[in-house]
Design a protein around this ligand. Structure first.
Ligand SMILES: NC(=O)c1ccc[n+]([C@@H]2O[C@H](COP(=O)([O-])OP(=O)(O)OC[C@H]3O[C@@H](n4cnc5c(N)ncnc54)[C@H](OP(=O)(O)O)[C@@H]3O)[C@@H](O)[C@H]2O)c1
Length: 236
């Protein structure tokens, strides 16, 4: 039998981190070797050792790090993956241009997959948006995203990546963000011209879809050559 992929979860006590811990714990293909947070919190999943960010250098051996933290924590986990020569899967949004450049540079030395959204549905939405933008020159393109009130960045990383793709096809996307209640994540990409409108909508009802996608990608990335991998290719 294949030995389980040893996963270090960075941002382990967060909403996504807890979901990752539970999924890893209950799936024999993965072994959660540690959960790293700013400070050691309550043990959320039995048997998963907890570490503070200040102890990151002493974290146990792992095959892949999965990072869903905040931009403040990103540099440190990237640096640790580089120093240990291990792959990184990151879903942390709101990274600066400097951090994105550091990620691209690091991908010459280790395998990396970063995405603003790890759901299969959103991967397909990207393809549909690119196709619509190409087919509808001159139409207005508006991206409306809704998330829970604790989300820190706006527009969402997913809205920005959908917009970047539409812009590559000549559209001029505009953004609107709604922060309300406990909405997990909704994205509407709307193309409008006189007399008609197309809406492409994705609604996430459970953040476990992102955690499942990230673990799927982590397994696919384990053992790959260095490079920046497109999550859409690894999710399929
Ligand atoms: N790509 C996707 O599919 C996707 C999906 C959902 C969310 N996200 C993104 O994932 C990130 C996390 O989301 P969330 O809702 O889980 O947030 P959250 O609940 O606020 O959790 C953030 C976690 O990161 C930890 N953290 C913060 N700063 C850190 C640092 N400097 N070093 C180490 N750990 C640090 C926090 O530690 P403490 O617990 O000690 O505060 C916490 O455990 C956000 O950027 C969000 O936008 C991406």
């Amino acid at each position: 039998m294949e030995s389980p992929v040893r996963v270090l979860i960075h941002g382990g006590n967060g909403r996504m981190g807890q979901s990752l811990q539970r999924l890893c714990r209950n799936d024999g293909r993965f072994e959660p070797v540690g959960a790293v947070s700013r400070k050691v919190g309550p043990r959320v999943v039995d048997g998963v050792p907890q570490f503070a960010a200040s102890e990151l250098a002493g974290a146990p051996a792992f095959d892949v790090a999965v990072d869903f933290s905040l931009p403040e924590g990103f540099d440190r986990v990237l640096g640790m993956c580089l120093s240990r020569g291990k792959p990184l899967v990151s879903g942390t949004t709101g990274l600066t241009d400097v951090q994105q450049a550091a990620l691209a540079a690091a991908a010459t030395r280790i395998p990396i997959a970063w995405a603003a959204n790890f759901s299969l549905g959103v991967a397909l939405l990207h393809d549909l948006v690119a196709r619509a933008a190409r087919a509808l020159p001159g139409w207005n393109c508006d991206i409306i995203e809704s998330h829970h009130t604790r989300k820190q960045d706006a527009p969402s990383g997913t809205a920005l990546s959908l917009g970047a793709l539409a812009a590559e096809q000549g559209a001029e996307p505009r953004y609107a963000s709604i922060r309300a209640g406990d909405i997990v994540g909704e994205h509407t990409v709307q193309f409008t011209t006189a007399g008609e409108r197309i809406e492409l909508i994705h609604r996430a009802g459970d953040r476990e879809i992102f955690a499942r996608g990230a673990l799927h990608v982590a397994k696919a990335l384990h053992g790959q050559a260095p490079g920046l991998y497109r999550v859409a290719d690894l999710l399929g």
